[in-house]
Design a protein around this ligand. Sequence first.
Ligand code: ADP
Ligand code: ADP
Length: 225
Amino acid sequence: MITTDGLKKYYTMGDVEVRALNGVSIQIEKGEFVGLMGPSGSGKSTLLHMIGLLDRPTSGGIFIDDKDVNSLSDEQRTMFRLNKLGYVFQDYALIPELTVLENVCLCSMVRGEDILDYTTKGMNILNIIGLSERTGHLQRELSGGQQQRVAIARAMVSRPDILFADEPCANLDSVNSRMVLDLCKKINTEMNQTIVMVSHEDWHREYFDKVIYLKDGVVDSIIEM
Ligand code: ADP
Ligand code: ADP
């Protein structure tokens, strides 16, 4: 489903070149829950940004469902992201003035879709995610774990082919982290959702089907769990 071939990403800062990715070749299958792990600065976020089409590589191939996504124009990449990819970040990025349901349905609201359609879809996903009792609440009325679950519901409402998560538990205590990881495992197994998650917590490994370890911008090892 996702293949990279000799992926490189170099950043230039003044006259210093940072080789964030230096030839990464990986494969992620449909329905896999994959952890990207490794020390700080090893290139995990950069790799997620490349395969999530949030940034372009310096060189090397990226194929999603056999499509060479590097060859897409910026506009085509935007459409690809909207139609096929979902994202969760460590800071939730919810809008504080909107309710849980409105946050989940925001994209559909902005696109002018039918209100009954998207409300139904939003309620369905909030049911699956276990937040159907909280649809009218505001962000400040929720725990960190609940906020992150709303962010996951928002990413899932469009039924993305791939869900990308960049350290979604970074701001959560272990109880809330478990809630978020249990939820990810549930949507992975029950909805066959492909998930790629950056993590640096060893105990998260038990949730993953496969761990890709990065070190200094290259693959250190790949472990099937
Ligand atoms: P990780 O997610 O494993 O902590 P990152 O992918 O964030 O690693 O970073 C890999 C390396 O690339 C680090 O040395 C980081 O400082 C550098 N880096 C990441 N993003 C940028 C950027 N936008 N500009 C310059 N250097 C960057
Ligand atoms: P993470 O916790 O995901 O590793 P970082 O703190 O490494 O995140 O990076 C956060 C953001 O800053 C990312 O968008 C990354 O591209 C950018 N970044 C990381 N390192 C640098 C750097 N040395 N110079 C400029 N931007 C950077």
